[in-house]
Design a protein around this ligand. Structure first.
Ligand SMILES: C[S@@+](CC[C@H](N)C(=O)[O-])C[C@H]1O[C@@H](n2cnc3c(N)ncnc32)[C@H](O)[C@@H]1O
Length: 222
C-alpha cells in the first residue's frame, strides 16, 4: 500500500493535515532532544520527511522503512540521508547502537506494534530516549465528534480526488479510529520495557507525542 502512495505521500500529508505536519514534526524533534554528533533511528521513516529535521540539524539520522517504494522516493529527494530497508519487528541493527529512537505516524501501521517498541528498546543505548508521534483521540467530546466526521466523511472523498490510491486513505481513517487512546499506548510502551512514559496532546489530541527512556542500567537481552 505504501509503495502505491509513495510518489504523492508528502503532498497528501500537507493537504489532509491542513498544514499542521510541520508544526507537529518540530515538537517531535524537540521532544527527542538529540544533539549534533548523535545517531538517531527514525523508524517507519517512509520518504524521510520525519528524518529531514535531524539531518538539517547535523544529527546522524538513519531512516528505516520496509517499503521500497517509499525508500526510493526518499533517496531521490534526500540523497544525504542514510535510508535503510528493514522491518520494525526485526530491526537490522545491533543492540544499543542508537542514542535515541523515534517513530512518526508509523507505529499504527506496523502489524505488531508492541514488538516494534521492544525492538526500538533493544537498539537504543541505555539512557536513550524514545519518542512516538501518532494520531490519537481528541479528549473534548464535541471536537472528537467533528474530527471523526472529518475522518470518516470528508477525508475519503478528498483523497479519492487527489491520491493515486484512495483506499489507502479509507484505511488511514479506520486505523486511526481503531488505534489505542493515549493512556493505553503509554501502557504498551512501558510494557515493552521503556521507563517513565509521558505524553503530550497536539491539536486537541488529533496527535499525541509519547516520550520514554531506556533505563541507564538496562542491558538489551539478545
Ligand atoms: C504514514 S508513513 C510515515 C512516514 C514518516 N515517518 C512520516 O512521518 O511521514 C508509515 C510508514 O510505516 C512503514 N511501515 C509500516 N509497517 C512497517 C514495518 N513493519 N517495518 C518498517 N516500516 C513499516 C510504511 O512503509 C510507511 O512508510
Amino acid at each position: 500500500m505504501f509503495d502505491d502512495v509513495a510518489e504523492r505521500y508528502d503532498v497528501m500529508n500537507e493537504i489532509l493535515s491542513m498544514g499542521q505536519t510541520r508544526r507537529w514534526r518540530k515538537i517531535v524533534v524537540d521532544a527527542l532532544g538529540a544533539t549534533r554528533g548523535q545517531r538517531v533511528l527514525d523508524l517507519a521513516a517512509g520518504t524521510g520527511a520525519s528524518s529531514e529535521p535531524y539531518a538539517d540539524a547535523g544529527i546522524g539520522v538513519v531512516a528505516c522503512d520496509f517499503s521500497h517504494g517509499m525508500l526510493r522516493v526518499g533517496k531521490r529527494r534526500r540523497p544525504d540521508i542514510d535510508f535503510v530497508a528493514g522491518d520494525a519487528t526485526n530491526l537490522p541493527f545491533a543492540d544499543n547502537s542508537f542514542d535515541s529512537s523515534t517513530i512518526s505516524f508509523g507505529l499504527r501501521n506496523v502489524g505488531e506494534p508492541k514488538k516494534a517498541l521492544a525492538e526500538m528498546l533493544r537498539v537504543t543505548k541505555p539512557g536513550g530516549r524514545l519518542v512516538v508521534a501518532e494520531f490519537s483521540h481528541p479528549g473534548w467530546a464535541p471536537f472528537r465528534t467533528v474530527y471523526t466526521e472529518y475522518l470518516m466523511r470528508a477525508l475519503p472523498p478528498v483523497a479519492t480526488k487527489l491520491s493515486s490510491n484512495p483506499s489507502a486513505y479509507v484505511y488511514l481513517a479506520e486505523s486511526i479510529r481503531a488505534w489505542p487512546a493515549q493512556n493505553r499506548l503509554a501502557a504498551w510502551i512501558e510494557e515493552a520495557g521503556w521507563e517513565s512514559c509521558r505524553y503530550r496532546n497536539l491539536s486537541g489530541g488529533i496527535v499525541a507525542v509519547h516520550r520514554a527512556t531506556k533505563l541507564q542500567a538496562q542491558e538489551s537481552a539478545s
